[in-house]
Design a protein around this ligand. Structure first.
Ligand SMILES: Cc1cc2nc3c(=O)[nH]c(=O)nc-3n(C[C@H](O)[C@H](O)[C@H](O)COP(=O)(O)O)c2cc1C
Length: 310
């Protein structure tokens, strides 16, 4: 029997990605050089750190701490502002062909629209709307992603302002029904969905100083601990929508990535895994996914996408 040719390339919206793995926002996504390093390491697409209208310093340290099976972070959306991000994207484009997704945030629906329009000048392959960061209560109220009407309004406004550039709404699991939120985003014109952002927020207390460890007191939980929550979220979303999903949260192995695909994801985000394994994680997971397809006699990931629902 001849062995079937195995292919981990995927079709994502109008793009052909060399791998289903996408760099998640916030990890190594600030400069064109670091984004290119991730692309060269085997990511099928890269997502920038979320950027806002103006530069933002973020919170002072400690802002990232390891916990058992995960990480707690409250970086505070530090970013150089949209003007600088547009320059970084142009520089990346001149040096690298791997698709680039630009993540944005805003304090109001209008601001989301303004940032999106400014970012659209750089012609990214996709704009990701971070409506779901769990650490920014003080300035922004509770995350938009927990409010279905606000999420709908942001999606509609951004879609009106960015023309033909596809948008993905990044959802939080901290909401009543992620499936219903996803459905509303699709109805408002979202081209894709990314799920999930960090969960929580959570807190850890330092026994020596008897105070919370993070300078912001609380932070979002990521890494292997949140994989089951993320897989469940992707499962629920894929029951409600037909647009593609970037399944993100706790993926550190090929088995984790395959669970996301079986739950219905088209692509798979990797963030915290880079802290544990370095950039080799992309090759390792790509190879593991390829091996799985070969061993099971499958030609492509399309043959198993969403099949855990059957
Ligand atoms: C240090 C750090 C910074 C992050 N910054 C952002 C960000 O700027 N925008 C965003 O949408 N998500 C951000 N995230 C969330 C990740 O993109 C991802 O959704 C989450 O960490 C779950 O995936 P993971 O377990 O693979 O890290 C950040 C995560 C970490 C760990």
């Amino acid at each position: 029997m001849t062995e079937r040719q195995t292919d981990i390339e995927i079709e994502f919206l109008h793009m052909r990605l060399c791998s289903p793995l996408v760099l998640a926002s916030g990890v190594l996504g600030l400069s064109s050089s670091s984004l290119k390093r991730v692309a060269d390491a085997g990511a099928g697409a890269v997502t920038t750190k979320s950027c806002g209208l103006e530069p933002r310093a973020g919170y002072v340290g400690p802002s990232i701490i390891p916990v058992s099976h995960g990480m707690l972070n409250a970086v505070g959306l530090s970013n150089p502002g949209v003007k600088e991000m547009v320059r970084e994207v142009a520089d990346y484009r001149a040096r690298c062909r791997t698709p680039i997704f630009v993540s944005i945030f805003g304090g109001t629906v209008e601001e989301f629209g303004d940032v999106a329009e400014a970012v659209a000048q750089a012609e990214p392959d996709l704009i990701e709307l971070n409506v779901s960061c769990p650490n920014v209560y003080s300035e922004f109220g509770s995350p938009f992603g927990a409010d279905i009407d606000a999420t709908a309004a942001i999606t509609r406004r951004v879609k009106q302002r960015v023309g033909a550039i596809p948008i993905s709404v990044k959802l939080t699991a901290n909401c009543l029904s992620i499936g219903q939120t996803a459905k509303v985003c699709e109805q408002e014109g979202a081209d894709a969905l990314t799920a999930i952002n960090t969960i929580g927020p959570g807190m850890l207390i330092d026994l020596n100083v008897r105070k919370p460890v993070l300078s912001n007191l609380c932070g979002g939980l990521s890494g292997p601990a949140i994989l089951p929550v993320a897989v469940r979220a992707v499962w629920e979303i894929s029951r409600e929508v037909s647009i593609p999903i970037i399944g993100t949260g706790g993926v550190t192995t090929a088995e984790d990535a395959l669970q996301m695909i079986l739950a219905g994801a088209t692509a798979v985000g990797i963030g915290s895994g880079i802290y544990y394994q370095g950039l080799e994680i992309f090759d390792k997971v790509n190879e593991g996914v390829q091996r799985f397809l070969q061993e099971k006699g499958l030609g492509s990931l399309d043959e198993i996408r969403g099949t855990a629902h059957e």
